[in-house]
Write a protein that binds this ligand. Structure first.
Ligand code: SAH
Length: 444
Protein backbone atom coordinates (compact mmCIF):
# COMPACT_ATOMS: atom_id res chain seq x y z
CA UNK A 1 0.00 0.00 0.00
CA UNK A 2 2.82 2.42 0.91
CA UNK A 3 4.05 4.35 -2.16
CA UNK A 4 0.85 3.43 -4.07
CA UNK A 5 -0.48 6.24 -6.21
CA UNK A 6 -4.27 6.68 -6.16
CA UNK A 7 -6.68 9.05 -7.82
CA UNK A 8 -8.72 10.95 -5.21
CA UNK A 9 -10.93 13.96 -4.57
CA UNK A 10 -10.53 16.13 -1.47
CA UNK A 11 -13.87 16.34 0.34
CA UNK A 12 -12.88 18.09 3.56
CA UNK A 13 -9.98 19.56 5.51
CA UNK A 14 -9.03 18.72 9.10
CA UNK A 15 -8.17 21.37 11.70
CA UNK A 16 -4.51 20.46 11.09
CA UNK A 17 -5.03 21.41 7.41
CA UNK A 18 -4.85 17.90 5.96
CA UNK A 19 -7.07 17.32 2.95
CA UNK A 20 -9.50 14.45 3.55
CA UNK A 21 -10.00 11.96 0.70
CA UNK A 22 -11.96 8.69 0.64
CA UNK A 23 -11.03 5.83 -1.67
CA UNK A 24 -12.83 2.47 -1.34
CA UNK A 25 -13.66 3.08 2.33
CA UNK A 26 -10.11 4.17 3.16
CA UNK A 27 -9.82 7.65 4.69
CA UNK A 28 -6.67 9.34 3.43
CA UNK A 29 -5.24 12.49 4.99
CA UNK A 30 -3.36 14.32 2.28
CA UNK A 31 -0.89 17.05 3.15
CA UNK A 32 -1.61 20.30 1.34
CA UNK A 33 -4.75 19.22 -0.56
CA UNK A 34 -7.60 21.74 -0.66
CA UNK A 35 -11.34 20.97 -0.64
CA UNK A 36 -12.67 20.08 -4.16
CA UNK A 37 -9.22 19.40 -5.59
CA UNK A 38 -8.71 16.16 -7.51
CA UNK A 39 -5.61 14.32 -8.57
CA UNK A 40 -3.07 11.60 -7.90
CA UNK A 41 -1.86 11.17 -4.34
CA UNK A 42 0.97 9.04 -3.02
CA UNK A 43 0.47 7.01 0.16
CA UNK A 44 3.29 7.57 2.66
CA UNK A 45 1.87 5.74 5.69
CA UNK A 46 -0.95 3.28 6.13
CA UNK A 47 -2.84 1.94 9.15
CA UNK A 48 -6.04 -0.16 9.16
CA UNK A 49 -8.71 2.21 7.80
CA UNK A 50 -6.69 5.34 7.37
CA UNK A 51 -3.63 6.49 5.50
CA UNK A 52 -1.47 9.55 5.03
CA UNK A 53 -0.54 10.81 1.60
CA UNK A 54 1.18 13.60 -0.26
CA UNK A 55 0.07 15.17 -3.53
CA UNK A 56 1.66 13.58 -6.58
CA UNK A 57 -0.12 15.56 -9.31
CA UNK A 58 -3.32 17.56 -9.25
CA UNK A 59 -5.75 17.32 -12.16
CA UNK A 60 -8.19 19.84 -10.69
CA UNK A 61 -6.68 22.76 -8.80
CA UNK A 62 -8.64 24.83 -6.27
CA UNK A 63 -9.25 28.46 -7.30
CA UNK A 64 -8.07 29.28 -3.75
CA UNK A 65 -4.62 27.74 -4.23
CA UNK A 66 -1.89 30.37 -4.30
CA UNK A 67 1.76 30.17 -5.03
CA UNK A 68 3.47 30.25 -1.66
CA UNK A 69 5.85 33.15 -1.44
CA UNK A 70 7.85 31.70 1.43
CA UNK A 71 11.11 29.90 0.65
CA UNK A 72 10.86 27.60 3.69
CA UNK A 73 7.10 26.88 3.50
CA UNK A 74 6.22 23.38 4.80
CA UNK A 75 9.78 22.79 5.98
CA UNK A 76 9.71 24.84 9.17
CA UNK A 77 6.25 23.71 10.28
CA UNK A 78 5.11 27.26 10.95
CA UNK A 79 2.62 28.17 8.23
CA UNK A 80 0.41 25.24 7.22
CA UNK A 81 -1.93 27.43 5.13
CA UNK A 82 0.65 29.26 3.01
CA UNK A 83 -0.77 27.74 -0.20
CA UNK A 84 -4.29 28.99 0.47
CA UNK A 85 -5.73 32.43 -0.42
CA UNK A 86 -6.26 34.54 2.69
CA UNK A 87 -10.08 34.90 2.26
CA UNK A 88 -10.33 31.12 2.14
CA UNK A 89 -8.07 30.72 5.20
CA UNK A 90 -10.61 32.83 7.11
CA UNK A 91 -13.53 30.69 5.86
CA UNK A 92 -11.68 27.54 6.93
CA UNK A 93 -11.06 28.94 10.41
CA UNK A 94 -14.76 29.80 10.72
CA UNK A 95 -15.67 26.26 9.65
CA UNK A 96 -13.13 24.63 11.99
CA UNK A 97 -14.38 26.74 14.90
CA UNK A 98 -17.98 25.73 14.19
CA UNK A 99 -17.12 22.04 13.89
CA UNK A 100 -14.93 21.93 17.00
CA UNK A 101 -17.56 23.67 19.11
CA UNK A 102 -20.23 21.27 17.83
CA UNK A 103 -18.16 18.08 18.11
CA UNK A 104 -16.57 18.67 21.49
CA UNK A 105 -18.98 21.06 23.19
CA UNK A 106 -22.28 20.14 21.54
CA UNK A 107 -22.65 23.83 20.72
CA UNK A 108 -24.73 24.85 17.73
CA UNK A 109 -23.94 28.48 17.03
CA UNK A 110 -24.09 30.56 13.90
CA UNK A 111 -20.46 31.71 13.91
CA UNK A 112 -19.89 35.12 12.31
CA UNK A 113 -16.97 35.62 9.87
CA UNK A 114 -13.52 35.53 11.46
CA UNK A 115 -12.05 39.02 11.85
CA UNK A 116 -9.10 39.33 9.43
CA UNK A 117 -5.68 40.33 10.67
CA UNK A 118 -4.75 43.91 9.68
CA UNK A 119 -1.39 42.52 8.50
CA UNK A 120 -1.14 39.14 6.80
CA UNK A 121 2.66 39.12 6.68
CA UNK A 122 5.26 40.60 9.04
CA UNK A 123 2.59 40.59 11.77
CA UNK A 124 4.61 39.02 14.60
CA UNK A 125 6.45 41.07 17.22
CA UNK A 126 8.30 38.12 18.72
CA UNK A 127 10.58 35.44 17.35
CA UNK A 128 12.54 32.72 19.04
CA UNK A 129 14.94 30.48 17.16
CA UNK A 130 16.84 27.43 18.40
CA UNK A 131 20.54 26.91 17.75
CA UNK A 132 21.89 23.41 17.24
CA UNK A 133 24.49 21.56 15.16
CA UNK A 134 25.99 24.89 14.05
CA UNK A 135 22.64 25.94 12.60
CA UNK A 136 20.23 28.74 13.54
CA UNK A 137 16.64 28.52 12.32
CA UNK A 138 13.31 26.82 13.03
CA UNK A 139 12.68 23.19 13.89
CA UNK A 140 11.61 21.05 10.95
CA UNK A 141 8.08 19.62 11.41
CA UNK A 142 8.08 16.92 14.13
CA UNK A 143 11.83 16.94 14.51
CA UNK A 144 14.79 18.63 16.14
CA UNK A 145 16.56 19.27 12.84
CA UNK A 146 17.03 22.94 12.16
CA UNK A 147 15.72 24.55 8.98
CA UNK A 148 17.88 27.60 8.32
CA UNK A 149 16.36 30.68 6.75
CA UNK A 150 17.22 34.20 5.77
CA UNK A 151 13.68 35.58 5.59
CA UNK A 152 10.58 34.44 7.46
CA UNK A 153 7.58 36.31 6.09
CA UNK A 154 5.58 36.43 9.31
CA UNK A 155 8.50 37.98 11.21
CA UNK A 156 9.61 41.58 10.80
CA UNK A 157 12.52 42.34 8.50
CA UNK A 158 14.36 43.83 11.45
CA UNK A 159 14.03 40.68 13.58
CA UNK A 160 15.22 38.53 10.66
CA UNK A 161 18.18 40.87 10.13
CA UNK A 162 19.18 40.71 13.82
CA UNK A 163 19.04 36.92 13.83
CA UNK A 164 21.11 36.77 10.64
CA UNK A 165 23.69 39.15 12.15
CA UNK A 166 24.07 37.17 15.39
CA UNK A 167 24.15 33.90 13.48
CA UNK A 168 27.00 35.00 11.23
CA UNK A 169 29.06 36.18 14.22
CA UNK A 170 28.64 33.12 16.45
CA UNK A 171 29.06 30.55 13.69
CA UNK A 172 32.18 32.33 12.49
CA UNK A 173 33.92 32.36 15.87
CA UNK A 174 32.54 28.98 16.99
CA UNK A 175 30.70 30.33 20.06
CA UNK A 176 27.39 28.96 18.71
CA UNK A 177 27.94 25.94 20.99
CA UNK A 178 27.12 28.13 24.04
CA UNK A 179 23.74 29.16 22.60
CA UNK A 180 20.34 27.48 23.01
CA UNK A 181 18.03 30.15 21.61
CA UNK A 182 17.85 33.71 20.42
CA UNK A 183 14.66 35.55 21.36
CA UNK A 184 13.59 38.91 19.98
CA UNK A 185 10.68 41.10 21.07
CA UNK A 186 9.79 44.23 19.21
CA UNK A 187 7.45 47.06 20.16
CA UNK A 188 5.57 47.74 16.91
CA UNK A 189 4.46 51.22 18.02
CA UNK A 190 7.53 52.22 20.02
CA UNK A 191 10.13 50.59 17.75
CA UNK A 192 11.98 49.38 20.88
CA UNK A 193 13.69 46.00 20.60
CA UNK A 194 14.65 43.43 23.24
CA UNK A 195 17.13 40.66 22.52
CA UNK A 196 17.38 37.59 24.73
CA UNK A 197 20.46 35.41 24.28
CA UNK A 198 19.67 32.10 25.94
CA UNK A 199 22.94 30.37 26.79
CA UNK A 200 23.93 27.05 28.32
CA UNK A 201 26.83 28.80 30.14
CA UNK A 202 26.94 31.99 32.21
CA UNK A 203 29.65 33.58 30.17
CA UNK A 204 32.15 32.98 27.42
CA UNK A 205 35.04 34.98 26.09
CA UNK A 206 33.80 37.21 23.31
CA UNK A 207 30.32 37.74 24.80
CA UNK A 208 31.02 41.42 25.60
CA UNK A 209 32.27 42.05 22.07
CA UNK A 210 29.22 40.32 20.59
CA UNK A 211 26.89 42.47 22.71
CA UNK A 212 28.60 45.72 21.75
CA UNK A 213 28.63 44.72 18.07
CA UNK A 214 24.88 44.01 18.18
CA UNK A 215 23.91 47.28 19.84
CA UNK A 216 26.19 49.26 17.52
CA UNK A 217 24.58 47.66 14.44
CA UNK A 218 21.00 47.91 15.75
CA UNK A 219 20.47 51.15 17.70
CA UNK A 220 16.78 50.24 18.28
CA UNK A 221 17.90 47.64 20.83
CA UNK A 222 16.84 48.99 24.23
CA UNK A 223 17.40 45.81 26.16
CA UNK A 224 19.83 42.95 25.72
CA UNK A 225 19.56 40.17 28.26
CA UNK A 226 21.55 36.99 28.72
CA UNK A 227 19.42 34.21 30.12
CA UNK A 228 21.16 31.10 31.41
CA UNK A 229 19.46 27.75 31.02
CA UNK A 230 21.55 24.69 31.89
CA UNK A 231 18.53 22.39 32.32
CA UNK A 232 17.90 19.46 30.05
CA UNK A 233 14.28 20.17 29.08
CA UNK A 234 12.14 21.88 26.46
CA UNK A 235 11.50 25.07 28.42
CA UNK A 236 13.24 27.91 26.64
CA UNK A 237 14.08 30.31 29.47
CA UNK A 238 16.18 29.55 32.55
CA UNK A 239 16.02 31.32 35.92
CA UNK A 240 19.17 33.42 35.73
CA UNK A 241 19.08 36.71 33.84
CA UNK A 242 21.87 39.22 33.31
CA UNK A 243 21.04 42.55 31.68
CA UNK A 244 24.02 43.15 29.37
CA UNK A 245 22.77 46.38 27.82
CA UNK A 246 19.97 48.89 28.47
CA UNK A 247 16.95 48.00 30.61
CA UNK A 248 15.39 44.73 31.70
CA UNK A 249 12.27 45.61 29.71
CA UNK A 250 10.98 47.35 26.59
CA UNK A 251 7.89 49.52 26.29
CA UNK A 252 5.20 49.23 23.65
CA UNK A 253 1.88 50.96 23.12
CA UNK A 254 -1.58 49.61 22.30
CA UNK A 255 -4.51 51.98 21.72
CA UNK A 256 -2.77 54.81 23.59
CA UNK A 257 -1.80 52.68 26.61
CA UNK A 258 1.85 52.01 27.38
CA UNK A 259 3.08 48.57 28.40
CA UNK A 260 6.34 47.48 29.97
CA UNK A 261 7.31 44.00 28.78
CA UNK A 262 10.01 41.80 30.38
CA UNK A 263 11.78 38.83 28.81
CA UNK A 264 9.65 36.35 30.74
CA UNK A 265 6.29 38.13 30.37
CA UNK A 266 3.64 37.09 27.89
CA UNK A 267 2.63 39.76 25.38
CA UNK A 268 0.29 39.09 22.44
CA UNK A 269 2.34 38.51 19.29
CA UNK A 270 0.15 40.21 16.66
CA UNK A 271 -0.21 43.69 18.21
CA UNK A 272 -2.41 45.29 15.53
CA UNK A 273 -4.98 42.51 15.78
CA UNK A 274 -4.64 42.48 19.57
CA UNK A 275 -6.21 45.94 19.68
CA UNK A 276 -9.25 44.59 17.76
CA UNK A 277 -9.45 41.61 20.09
CA UNK A 278 -9.27 43.72 23.26
CA UNK A 279 -11.89 46.15 21.88
CA UNK A 280 -14.21 43.17 21.43
CA UNK A 281 -13.54 42.18 25.07
CA UNK A 282 -14.43 45.70 26.19
CA UNK A 283 -17.58 45.71 24.01
CA UNK A 284 -18.96 42.35 25.10
CA UNK A 285 -18.13 43.03 28.76
CA UNK A 286 -20.71 45.86 28.60
CA UNK A 287 -18.58 47.66 31.13
CA UNK A 288 -19.75 50.82 32.90
CA UNK A 289 -18.59 52.94 35.81
CA UNK A 290 -20.52 50.56 38.09
CA UNK A 291 -18.83 47.39 36.90
CA UNK A 292 -16.32 45.41 38.95
CA UNK A 293 -14.26 43.05 36.79
CA UNK A 294 -11.94 40.15 37.55
CA UNK A 295 -9.30 39.51 34.84
CA UNK A 296 -7.82 36.04 35.30
CA UNK A 297 -4.57 35.15 33.49
CA UNK A 298 -3.90 38.87 33.26
CA UNK A 299 -0.29 38.80 32.00
CA UNK A 300 1.22 42.29 32.03
CA UNK A 301 -2.24 43.75 32.66
CA UNK A 302 -3.21 44.62 29.09
CA UNK A 303 -6.87 43.56 29.20
CA UNK A 304 -7.31 44.83 32.76
CA UNK A 305 -6.00 48.28 31.82
CA UNK A 306 -8.09 48.42 28.62
CA UNK A 307 -11.17 47.69 30.76
CA UNK A 308 -10.22 49.92 33.69
CA UNK A 309 -10.70 53.00 31.53
CA UNK A 310 -14.46 52.30 31.53
CA UNK A 311 -14.99 50.28 34.73
CA UNK A 312 -15.37 50.98 38.43
CA UNK A 313 -12.64 48.54 39.41
CA UNK A 314 -10.58 45.77 37.82
CA UNK A 315 -8.64 43.02 39.59
CA UNK A 316 -5.98 41.04 37.68
CA UNK A 317 -4.49 37.67 38.66
CA UNK A 318 -1.29 36.35 37.07
CA UNK A 319 1.07 33.52 38.05
CA UNK A 320 4.35 34.64 36.39
CA UNK A 321 6.15 37.01 38.78
CA UNK A 322 7.81 39.08 36.02
CA UNK A 323 4.46 39.65 34.25
CA UNK A 324 2.75 40.56 37.53
CA UNK A 325 5.54 43.08 38.26
CA UNK A 326 5.08 44.56 34.77
CA UNK A 327 1.32 44.84 35.39
CA UNK A 328 1.89 46.85 38.60
CA UNK A 329 4.26 49.20 36.74
CA UNK A 330 1.87 49.43 33.77
CA UNK A 331 -0.94 50.69 36.00
CA UNK A 332 1.36 53.49 37.23
CA UNK A 333 2.77 54.20 33.79
CA UNK A 334 -0.76 54.88 32.51
CA UNK A 335 -1.87 56.63 35.72
CA UNK A 336 -4.71 54.16 36.15
CA UNK A 337 -5.54 53.64 39.80
CA UNK A 338 -8.75 51.59 39.76
CA UNK A 339 -6.84 48.31 39.16
CA UNK A 340 -5.27 45.83 41.56
CA UNK A 341 -2.93 43.08 40.42
CA UNK A 342 -2.30 39.91 42.39
CA UNK A 343 0.48 37.37 41.92
CA UNK A 344 -1.47 34.12 42.25
CA UNK A 345 -2.29 30.84 40.57
CA UNK A 346 -5.72 30.60 38.94
CA UNK A 347 -5.71 26.83 39.36
CA UNK A 348 -6.06 27.46 43.11
CA UNK A 349 -9.32 28.72 44.61
CA UNK A 350 -10.26 32.13 43.21
CA UNK A 351 -13.26 32.49 45.54
CA UNK A 352 -11.94 35.52 47.45
CA UNK A 353 -11.22 37.43 44.22
CA UNK A 354 -14.69 36.60 42.88
CA UNK A 355 -16.51 38.44 45.67
CA UNK A 356 -18.93 41.10 44.34
CA UNK A 357 -17.58 40.77 40.81
CA UNK A 358 -19.93 41.56 37.89
CA UNK A 359 -17.80 40.32 34.99
CA UNK A 360 -15.02 37.70 34.88
CA UNK A 361 -12.60 37.78 31.95
CA UNK A 362 -10.46 34.66 31.43
CA UNK A 363 -7.61 34.34 28.94
CA UNK A 364 -5.98 31.00 29.78
CA UNK A 365 -3.14 29.13 28.04
CA UNK A 366 -4.03 26.38 25.54
CA UNK A 367 -5.07 23.86 28.16
CA UNK A 368 -8.06 26.01 29.12
CA UNK A 369 -9.71 26.27 32.55
CA UNK A 370 -9.79 23.91 35.51
CA UNK A 371 -13.20 22.48 36.16
CA UNK A 372 -12.92 23.69 39.78
CA UNK A 373 -12.43 27.29 38.58
CA UNK A 374 -15.51 27.07 36.37
CA UNK A 375 -17.48 25.84 39.39
CA UNK A 376 -16.15 28.66 41.58
CA UNK A 377 -17.12 31.22 38.94
CA UNK A 378 -20.63 29.77 38.61
CA UNK A 379 -21.12 29.53 42.37
CA UNK A 380 -20.09 33.14 42.86
CA UNK A 381 -23.11 34.07 40.74
CA UNK A 382 -21.13 36.32 38.37
CA UNK A 383 -23.50 37.69 35.72
CA UNK A 384 -21.12 37.61 32.80
CA UNK A 385 -18.08 35.61 31.74
CA UNK A 386 -15.88 36.73 28.85
CA UNK A 387 -13.64 33.94 27.63
CA UNK A 388 -10.64 34.71 25.39
CA UNK A 389 -9.36 31.43 23.98
CA UNK A 390 -6.42 30.42 21.81
CA UNK A 391 -7.62 26.82 21.55
CA UNK A 392 -11.09 25.97 20.20
CA UNK A 393 -10.98 22.40 21.61
CA UNK A 394 -10.54 23.37 25.26
CA UNK A 395 -12.88 26.32 24.71
CA UNK A 396 -15.59 23.91 23.49
CA UNK A 397 -15.09 21.64 26.53
CA UNK A 398 -15.22 24.63 28.93
CA UNK A 399 -18.29 26.19 27.27
CA UNK A 400 -20.12 22.90 27.74
CA UNK A 401 -19.20 22.96 31.44
CA UNK A 402 -20.39 26.57 31.79
CA UNK A 403 -23.63 25.63 30.02
CA UNK A 404 -24.23 22.83 32.53
CA UNK A 405 -23.80 25.36 35.33
CA UNK A 406 -26.39 27.78 33.98
CA UNK A 407 -24.52 30.08 31.55
CA UNK A 408 -25.78 30.74 28.05
CA UNK A 409 -23.80 31.83 25.06
CA UNK A 410 -24.32 35.48 24.25
CA UNK A 411 -21.73 36.16 21.55
CA UNK A 412 -18.81 34.40 19.91
CA UNK A 413 -16.33 35.72 17.38
CA UNK A 414 -13.08 34.38 15.93
CA UNK A 415 -10.06 36.64 15.41
CA UNK A 416 -7.25 35.75 13.08
CA UNK A 417 -4.16 36.46 15.17
CA UNK A 418 -1.95 34.07 13.19
CA UNK A 419 -2.44 34.30 9.40
CA UNK A 420 -1.12 31.31 7.38
CA UNK A 421 -1.27 29.04 10.44
CA UNK A 422 -4.19 26.86 11.52
CA UNK A 423 -4.61 28.80 14.80
CA UNK A 424 -7.65 30.88 15.63
CA UNK A 425 -8.37 33.04 18.67
CA UNK A 426 -11.93 33.40 19.98
CA UNK A 427 -13.76 35.88 22.20
CA UNK A 428 -16.92 34.51 23.79
CA UNK A 429 -19.35 36.12 26.18
CA UNK A 430 -21.60 34.10 28.44
CA UNK A 431 -24.49 35.31 30.49
CA UNK A 432 -25.86 33.75 33.62
CA UNK A 433 -29.33 32.44 32.91
CA UNK A 434 -32.17 33.12 35.28
CA UNK A 435 -32.00 29.83 37.07
CA UNK A 436 -34.78 27.57 38.09
CA UNK A 437 -34.59 26.14 41.62
CA UNK A 438 -33.34 22.77 40.44
CA UNK A 439 -30.60 24.23 38.28
CA UNK A 440 -29.56 26.42 41.20
CA UNK A 441 -29.17 23.45 43.50
CA UNK A 442 -26.93 21.71 40.98
CA UNK A 443 -24.35 24.39 41.66
CA UNK A 444 -23.91 23.53 45.30
N1 SAH B 1 -4.46 38.41 29.07
C1 SAH B 1 -3.04 38.55 28.84
C2 SAH B 1 -2.26 37.24 29.00
C3 SAH B 1 -2.81 36.05 28.30
S1 SAH B 1 -1.71 34.68 28.13
C4 SAH B 1 -2.79 39.17 27.49
O1 SAH B 1 -3.69 39.29 26.66
O2 SAH B 1 -1.64 39.56 27.24
C5 SAH B 1 -2.04 33.74 29.52
C6 SAH B 1 -1.38 34.26 30.78
O3 SAH B 1 -1.76 33.34 31.83
C7 SAH B 1 0.14 34.29 30.79
O4 SAH B 1 0.56 35.55 31.23
C8 SAH B 1 0.53 33.21 31.78
O5 SAH B 1 1.71 33.51 32.48
C9 SAH B 1 -0.67 33.19 32.71
N2 SAH B 1 -0.93 31.95 33.44
C10 SAH B 1 -0.69 30.69 33.06
N3 SAH B 1 -1.13 29.82 33.99
C11 SAH B 1 -1.67 30.56 35.00
C12 SAH B 1 -2.28 30.24 36.23
N4 SAH B 1 -2.42 28.98 36.63
N5 SAH B 1 -2.73 31.25 37.01
C13 SAH B 1 -2.61 32.54 36.61
N6 SAH B 1 -2.01 32.90 35.46
C14 SAH B 1 -1.55 31.93 34.65
Amino acid sequence: MKNDILFARCIDMTVEAYGVCKVDGLVIFTKGMIIDEEGYIKIIAHKKNLAYAIIDRLTKVSPFRTKEACPIAYKCGGCDLRHIAYEYQLLLKQKWLKETLANIGGIDYDIPPVVPSPLQDRYRNKVQVPIRDHKVGFYRVNSHDIVEYTDCLIQSEKANAIIGFIKRKIIKDGTDRYFRHILIKEGFTSGEIMIGLILNVEDFSGLDTLVSDIVKEFPEVMSLIVNVNTRDDNVILGDKEIVMYGSSYIIDELDGLKFKISLKSFYQTNPLQTVNLYKEVVKVSEVSKNTKILDLYSGIGTIALFLARYAKEVIGVEVVAAAHANALDNAQLNKIDNVKFYHDDASRSMVTYLKDVDVVVVDPPRKGLNQALIKDIAQSGVEKVVYVSCNPSTLARDLDRFKNLGYTLESLRGFDMFPHTTHVETVVSLKRAVLSRSADSSLT
